[in-house]
Design a protein around this ligand. Structure first.
Ligand code: COA
Length: 328
């Protein structure tokens, strides 16, 4: 009986092109000072016009597979968390399945906003623990610069492009791996963060394009408050489940949406800032990719080691929120 899933390898990919705060201040009425002090962001990455989500997802996946010491043929499933897929259908996961040379395994996308990676790992954990699948490739990828309103200063400074990947499989011992997960949603907050057109409610038309309705709309202030309360809630639920306290956690990996949100959650939990991972200054908000890229970088930097207790927590469009408690 498998008791836990664990991460065998991680990877990430970001485009080379950097968008600086200084550049943004040439296209909208903003400044480096405003963006840095209100968000903690200094730069973010942008793909080329001809690139799609799978173009970042594939190198991130290959790195995760290599680190895991596995080949695409070893995979039993591919789950992609994204709200900026290559196309509405088929799923980006199917495109990746073909391009990396995996077998004819199940492959599908899930839409849970910035919490997508947390949802995907929760789902994968169930499938691994029941013996349905052995190795699952999970990718969180987002090309938010493709759905950004570049004339809206309250949103265009926040978002970037990136992909994070992990290969999960059965833990060989009962002590390491995913100790607990928590996922939740509240659709009452659906209009806080959404793209109005392009779905069946408002299909693409000349009018939707003229009115610029294929880009992201956000009620930033409301999201800000909800982010702090929901991420704190997920931390408390997960720690309580395991009889642990915030002081037991070696590293908190929060969704990188705003440095002030990360600091506020850290303060609520009464943990020192050095235990809260931050890479928002380099990549901005890459939605579902942020916590996966952050976990990858934290592993590379030695901030997550074998045996570390890691709390990975996110919130996002839906509204959705949740967390994963790992014994690495
Ligand atoms: N540059 C300069 N000024 C800006 C600006 C920018 N890029 N964006 C907004 N402002 C202005 C506003 O117009 C407002 O001006 P006013 O007082 O004259 O009306 C002022 O700054 C304050 O705006 P406010 O929205 O209250 O700022 P804030 O401190 O709440 O920061 C966000 C705005 C968006 C950075 C913040 O609310 C946030 O991070 N929210 C969460 C967003 C998020 O996480 N989204 C993704 C969810 S996954």
């Amino acid at each position: 009986m498998i008791t836990r899933s664990r991460v065998f390898g991680t990877g990430m990919a970001v485009p080379d092109h950097i968008i600086t705060n200084e550049y943004l201040s040439t296209i909208v009425d903003t400044s480096d000072e405003w963006i840095r002090t209100r968000t903690g962001m200094k730069e973010r990455r942008q793909v080329r016009p001809d690139q799609a989500a799978s173009d970042l997802a594939i190198p991130a996946s290959q790195q995760a597979l290599e680190e895991a010491g596995l080949s695409p043929q070893d995979l039993d499933m591919i789950i992609v968390a994204t709200i900026s897929p290559d196309t509405l259908f088929p799923s980006t996961a199917c495109i990746i399945q073909d391009k990396i040379g995996a077998r004819q395994i199940p492959a599908f996308d899930i839409s849970a906003g910035c919490t997508g990676a947390i949802y995907a790992h929760t789902l994968a954990d169930q499938l691994i623990r029941t013996g349905h699948s052995k190795y699952i490739l999970i990718i969180g990828v987002e090309l938010l610069t493709k759905i950004t309103n570049w004339s809206d200063r309250s949103t265009c400074v926040l978002f970037g492009d990136g992909a994070g990947a992990s290969v999960v499989g059965p833990s060989e011992n009962g002590s390491s791996g995913l100790l607990g997960h928590h996922i939740a949603s509240d659709g009452k907050g659906a209009s806080m963060l959404y793209i109005p057109a392009g779905g069946s409610r408002m299909p693409a038309s000349r009018e939707t394009v003229d009115k610029n309705l294929h880009v992201l709309f956000m009620k930033g202030n409301e999201i800000y408050k909800t982010a702090i309360s929901t991420m704190s809630e997920s931390c408390h639920i997960l720690l309580k489940q395991e009889g642990l306290t915030p002081q037991d956690v070696d590293l908190f990996v929060f969704h990188q949406a705003n440095l002030r949100i990360l600091e506020a959650v850290g303060k609520r939990l009464r943990v020192s800032p050095d235990r809260v991972f931050v890479n928002i200054h380099k990549y901005g908000n890459t939605s579902t990719a942020t916590t996966m890229m952050a976990v990858h970088e934290a592993v590379q930097e030695g901030k997550i080691q074998r045996g570390s207790l890691v709390l990975q927590v996110a919130f996002g469009a839906g509204l959705t929120w949740g967390g994963l408690l790992w014994r690495w």
